[in-house]
Design a protein around this ligand. Structure first.
Ligand SMILES: NC(=O)C1=CN([C@@H]2O[C@H](COP(=O)(O)OP(=O)(O)OC[C@H]3O[C@@H](n4cnc5c(N)ncnc54)[C@H](OP(=O)(O)O)[C@@H]3O)[C@@H](O)[C@H]2O)C=CC1
Ligand SMILES: O=C(O)C1=N[C@H](C(=O)O)C[C@H](O)C1
Length: 257
């Protein structure tokens, strides 16, 4: 599709799924404010999806239960997707890859977190993990969050687990033999993840690493939802040109992988 031009520059036509939500409403404002993007439509329900026909890219901030159906629809209509919605484990990413095999030229970017500092926090945790005996993740979010653990915590645990495996790390020490259900959190790839839901908070995470006589805590805080918008707009600008049909994480767009 040929982009149209404003003041000599190509303009990217953008649709937003979840447009009335906490994140989607920020995306609508960011797309309307940027010089090189134009809002085609904001959509709040599956039966309104036709309103984004003609968009180059759709940004999805909806719900883990509906995002796969949205992606199926977007891919079948040849529209690139920038996905912020959480809930993507390896099985889901594989399903997206399968859908895209039928749609050459369509790309999907799935970013567990669009905050640049959050991406750095994940990257630092991955780098540090092999140097420590123990790594656990604590995520803290607003109480209206639909899922637990957060997509960011899930992804961090995946990255930490993979880094430990590559390094041949021994299993983490844990002598617990008696526990109340849930007291040790959930396990993702062998990494413990603990989820807190606290009024007044937005999105926060600590990765706690420890070895003999030393601990390291890597903490990230999102103070507002505007902070995600530079990452979202970067995704919108770059998704069509990504070298792979499915990209997970903003890292390659930031030169981190
Ligand atoms: N990657 C990142 O950086 C970030 C990711 N997120 C993730 O984004 C997702 C949304 O979060 P948040 O904005 O707080 O949630 P909200 O509940 O505030 O917003 C979701 C919106 O999506 C709407 N919706 C539901 N189904 C559809 C559909 N089929 N098509 C279009 N819209 C639909 C909902 O409408 P209704 O209420 O009527 O159902 C609601 O308005 C979550 O998975 C969250 O974890 C959040 C922040 C940052
Ligand atoms: O629901 C949220 O708020 C957030 N969701 C994402 C996640 O699940 O990791 C990103 C960020 O933590 C905010």
């Amino acid at each position: 599709m040929r982009p149209h031009v404003r003041y000599g520059n190509p303009v990217i036509k953008v649709g937003v799924f979840g447009a009335q939500g906490r994140m989607g409403s920020e995306v609508v404002k960011a797309v309307e404010a940027a010089e090189d993007t134009e809002l085609v439509a904001g959509v709040g329900a599956a039966d309104e999806r036709d309103r984004v026909l003609g968009a180059d890219v759709v940004v999805d901030f909806t719900h883990p239960d509906v995002v796969m159906d949205n992606l199926r629809w977007l891919i079948s209509h040849g529209i690139h997707a920038v996905v912020g919605t959480s809930g993507f484990d390896e099985a889901r990413v594989a399903q997206v890859r399968e859908l895209l095999a039928e749609a050459p030229g369509v790309n999907v970017l799935i970013a567990p977190n669009f905050g640049v500092a959050a991406v750095l926090m994940m990257s630092f945790a991955e780098k540090a993990a092999p140097y420590f005996d123990s790594v656990e993740i604590i995520e803290l979010h607003h109480p209206n969050k639909a899922d637990a653990p957060s997509g960011t915590a899930y992804r961090t645990a995946e990255l930490v687990a993979a880094a430990r495996e590559r390094a041949g790390s021994a299993p983490m020490p844990d002598a617990t033999t008696s526990e109340l259900d849930g007291a040790r959190g959930a396990e993702v790839g062998g990494v413990r993840v603990h989820a807190l839901r606290i009024t007044g908070m937005i999105a926060h995470q600590e990765v706690v690493l420890g070895t003999h006589g030393e601990t390291l805590t890597i903490r990230h805080d999102s103070m507002n939802r505007e902070s995600f918008m530079p990452g979202v707009l970067l995704g919108v600008r770059r998704v069509a040109d990504l070298p792979q049909q499915v990209t997970v994480g903003l890292e390659p767009l930031l030169g981190l992988s």
